[in-house]
Design a binder for this molecule. Sequence first.
Ligand code: KIV
Ligand code: NA
Length: 264
Amino acid sequence: PIRRTTVPQIAARKGGEPIVSLTSYHAHTAAIVDKYADFILVGDSLGMVMHGMESTVGVPLDLMIMHGKAVVRGTKKALVVVDMPFGTYEESPGIAFRNAARIMKETGCGAVKLEGGARMAETIRFLTERGIPVMAHIGLTPQSSNVMGGFKTQGRDEDDWPVHEADAQAVTEAGAFAIVLEGMVEPLAARITKQISIPTIGIGASSDCDGQILVLEDMLGLNEWTPKFVKVYGDLGPAIERAVSQYADEVKNRSFPSEDEVYR
Ligand code: KIV
Ligand code: NA
């Protein structure tokens, strides 16, 4: 059996061959992504992408576990990382451990991801020292969108850079094995990548990051609108619409099912 990519293998890619990553929420897309990605993130963006929520704040732990199980079942090669949803880790390291352990035990994933820099350092250390690898996530942190007043690119004002740099340093020292840099100006992401010893995974960040991640449905063209940082590699939205409209026409004019699709 093919052994999955491990957390130390991802950590060792600092400054090396770029780390390839995408999100996946279900078994069949994950099986395709698994052929090319070093790690697959079961992101809490699934609340918006799959369940029509307006932000990730409402995503329940059980939903993350359900999708996490599906992705682990559908894959064999990539490291699977599952997002800790809002409200399941911020309160204390102990609560974070309990919920992260549930995610690990019930899904079989290899690591968790949580949002926050210096303020989450104590929790990252607590989890890591007790057997739970943590990927950190700083910059634009969607779970804080109610405080930030929306989804805002970070670091436009150079005076804010030291705060983000300190966040990256704090999670590194706390033992995070990698860090997502989301929605920050390019020179800041490049600078942080040079400053810290763990791989940076960029999304709306910089090509200098040690790896990149995108939301699969965004890059496949399933969403009508995508932010500037998304490159749309597929046209699944229009392709699905063509198929569905042709099916509807053929049902109405009774050309489906045809001879080929019925049992005589
Ligand atoms: O939930 C998610 O999809 C994420 C990635 C965008 C990093 O956290
Ligand atoms: Na997320």
